[in-house]
Write a protein that binds this ligand. Structure first.
Ligand code: UDP
Length: 323
């Protein structure tokens, strides 16, 4: 299995995965609409400007390339925006995926690895969260991802689709060699915003709630390095013939907002100006993964366990950004 179509391969996790796959002998064809992705992040010449809502451009890809499997990252992923404008999310994420699946099936391509999310679980009933945890997403973004997981299960039964959905926890960090990294506009994620506050005098980090029932009052999340996520996709591609279903990808370690800030201050040697603010609606106190299934089925093991090492790669990128 060598020719991999990476849809959404110009985005943060997609571009790191393309880099990892190429290093490991895969030939990647990257398709992206570049609405949020960066052309500079695509480290192959096999790039096609395409949108999942444009059926002809999708069919063209399958006509022009012999594709063995697809990795699908192409999604809008701003939770708050998905509440305000659900139409945008259901169209792009769900309809776009159905278009992709139609194009795949009509070209007899039946293997897909999909970027799902821990947001499909909704408010946690227990931690660590395993794959059997009930799925009750509390925003349209999480619902689109759950719907797609469910479509895959039906397509498996009816058409023999082979699928693995990787439910990411909090993707973090950047390529250790600094050639690609995280660059969102607007940026809403904690680690890049902490680093921005450290770098830019005029900006301070807003802590969304310091009265949670956690050891220091701030929210706890599971930050997983983007290269560890990339490796999980590579391993998932190789397991499609023996396993179909959903797998968590997280370190299994919970880290608080304050711990992130302290680690970033240590790494940069500078202070992060902070402001205490109200809780952000829909933020649970604690979210971290059970990653036993990823270890067992994918034979995957995260390399970045210490949050300092993850933040170090993000800091290196931040002080020398290429895009
Ligand atoms: N957070 C924060 N200030 C920010 C951005 C995020 O306090 O400016 C907190 C947020 O409430 C959550 C954690 O940092 O507890 C991680 O948020 P992020 O948006 O990075 O990822 P999410 O967990 O929402 O997917």
């Amino acid at each position: 299995m060598n020719n991999i179509l990476v849809v959404g391969g110009a985005g943060y996790i997609g571009s790191h995965t393309v880099k990892y796959l190429m290093k490991n002998g895969c030939n990647c064809i990257v398709a992206d609409n570049l609405i949020y992705g960066h052309k500079e992040a695509v480290l192959t010449d096999n790039f096609i400007l395409a949108d999942l809502l444009d059926i002809d451009s999708l069919l063209n890809i399958f006509n022009n390339f012999s594709i063995d499997a697809v990795i699908h990252f192409a999604a809008f992923a701003y939770v708050g925006e998905s509440v305000i404008n659900p139409q945008k999310y259901y169209n792009n994420n769900v309809v776009g995926t159905i278009n992709l699946l139609n194009a795949m099936l009509s070209n007899d391509v039946k293997k897909i690895v999909f970027s799902s999310t821990c947001a499909t679980y909704g408010e946690p009933k227990y931690t660590p969260i395993d794959e059997n945890h009930p799925q009750n997403p509390i925003n349209p973004y999480g619902k689109t991802k759950l719907m797609i997981e469910q479509i895959f299960a039906d397509y498996e039964k009816a058409y023999g689709l082979k699928h693995i959905s990787l439910r990411y926890f909090n993707a973090a960090g950047c390529s250790a060699d600094g050639d690609i990294g995280e660059s969102h506009d607007p940026e809403t994620h904690l680690i890049p915003l902490v680093l921005k506050a450290i770098k830019e005098e005029s900006y301070s980090l807003k802590i969304f709630g310091a009265d949670y029932d956690t050891f220091d009052g701030t929210c706890i999340r599971d930050y997983i390095h983007v290269d560890d996520l990339a490796q999980a996709h590579y391993l998932a591609l190789k397991r499609l013939d023996i396993y179909n279903g959903c797998i968590n990808v997280g370190t299994g370690i919970g880290v608080s907002v304050k711990e992130i800030i302290h680690a970033a201050e240590k790494i940069s040697g500078k202070t992060c100006p902070i402001e205490y603010c109200a809780r952000r609606p829909g933020d649970p106190a604690k979210l971290y993964a059970s990653n036993d299934k990823a270890k067992k089925i994918l034979n995957w093991e995260p390399k970045y366990i210490d949050i300092k090492n993850i933040i170090q790669t993000a800091w290196d990128w931040e002080i020398n950004r290429k895009f």
